[in-house]
Design a protein around this ligand. Structure first.
Ligand SMILES: NC(=O)c1ccc[n+]([C@@H]2O[C@H](COP(=O)([O-])OP(=O)(O)OC[C@H]3O[C@@H](n4cnc5c(N)ncnc54)[C@H](O)[C@@H]3O)[C@@H](O)[C@H]2O)c1
Ligand SMILES: [Zn+2]
Length: 340
């Protein structure tokens, strides 16, 4: 897949909508308030669908609302659905479009750092099913993706920081120089246009080589096996972790496993840990007993064996690395005992 260009203010060319029989636009309450107005004038006449914001609405009920409103508006399979929002809107717009009348086009306008640098690239769509994240979904590339970093101006800091975890992951596994550039700078001083461009080009190149995640694409899961298990345990609690907060802790734990496997030197592990703890602080790490079932559930495992994507030095990564329960326990111990 071709990497989309990175704009600062959003500019959608008129030609983008040529040839479609109808247009629907889906946004959540926040992106309707903060982002829709920035591109409204550039959109052709459309059916506007506004849904509640948040991961808890990334489900079949919300899809039903979207499909119903598109049906009521008389859209057909030659129409296009435009998703304006973060990863929740992008995943759900992509899923609704890829299944409506067996597949209509979707255009993504990502408005969070996480969606710009990660979720809007690669064609994974989906919704949650009960407590199972992204359990129902499709692989369906959008017709196009329009990234404009100007949308980040209204994004709450916690959401910006969450998306930054994915940017850090991309730098860590692909580009030592970029890693060195970003690791000592505060969040506010980062050059997001440059960082989003790097993430988008890196991820697009990987997806081009391995669209269905049969091999190489798995490197993008660094931090995610432990991170998802952690995120899952906090879902529905009084203080759920944002995706990036969980992934940041996951990268420290998995970084320590890479160190145990002699893939990382001690100084490299220290760099990673110091950067991530400095930015995200420490989360309360559940016991191995509580985390191990979630780690064992990961979609990337084979049979009973836990397979991880791990950095190999800084700037490279390897995947399908088998790890033992003892190694996971040792890495959790490292995180728990580590001072910020
Ligand atoms: N498809 C993929 O490859 C992929 C990859 C990573 C993550 N994801 C998915 O992405 C989702 C998380 O995405 P997210 O972090 O963007 O969450 P999100 O879509 O929930 O957005 C976070 C919050 O920010 C608000 N918001 C969005 N843009 C805004 C803006 N410009 N100004 C003000 N508020 C704004 C939203 O309304 C929401 O409240 C998860 O569901 C995850 O599974 C998908
Ligand atoms: Zn992620």
């Amino acid at each position: 897949m071709k990497a989309p260009p990175i704009q600062s203010a959003p500019r959608l060319p008129k030609s983008l909508f040529r040839g479609y029989s109808g247009v629907a636009v889906v946004a959540d309450e926040n992106t309707f308030r903060h982002c829709y107005g920035k591109i409204k004038e550039q959109l052709p006449p459309h059916q506007l669908i506004v849904i509640p914001a948040g991961e808890q609405f990334k489900n079949l009920d919300t899809c039903r609302t979207i499909w119903q409103q598109m049906t009521d508006a008389g859209l057909d399979r030659h129409s296009v659905l435009v998703g304006i929002g973060g990863g929740v809107i992008g995943d759900m717009a992509g899923f609704c479009a890829s299944t409506f009348k067996r597949g209509m086009a979707c255009i993504l306008v990502p408005t969070t750092l996480l969606a710009m640098a990660d979720a809007s690239i690669g064609g994974k769509t989906g919704i949650d099913f009960g407590r199972l994240k992204n359990h129902i979904g499709t692989f369906a590339l959008p017709a196009s993706t329009w990234i404009a970093t100007g949308f980040l101006d209204t994004l709450p800091r916690a959401e910006l920081r969450s998306g930054f975890a994915e940017v850090i992951k991309h730098a860590l596994i692909s580009d030592k120089q970029l890693w060195n550039e970003i690791r000592n700078k505060p969040l506010e001083k980062q050059n997001f246009r440059k960082l989003v461009r790097h993430s988008v080009e890196f991820k697009s190149a990987i997806v081009r080589k391995d669209p269905r995640e049969s091999g190489l694409r798995k490197v993008l899961n660094f931090g995610h096996t432990v991170g998802h298990a952690l995120e899952g345990l906090t879902l529905g609690t009084a203080q759920p972790l944002l995706h990036g907060e969980a992934i940041a802790a996951g990268m420290i734990v998995e970084g320590h496993i890479a160190y145990q496997k002699k893939l990382l030197r001690e100084a490299e592990l220290e760099e990673i840990t110091a950067c991530l703890l400095g930015l995200f602080g420490k989360v309360e790490m559940p016991s191995a007993e509580r985390l191990l079932p979630g780690i064992g559930q990961d979609k990337k495992n084979k049979g009973k064996m836990v397979l991880l994507a791990l950095p190999k030095g800084i700037g490279k990564a390897v995947y399908d690395i088998p790890v033992s329960e003892a190694q996971i326990r040792a890495a959790l111990g490292y995180y728990r005992e580590r001072q910020t």
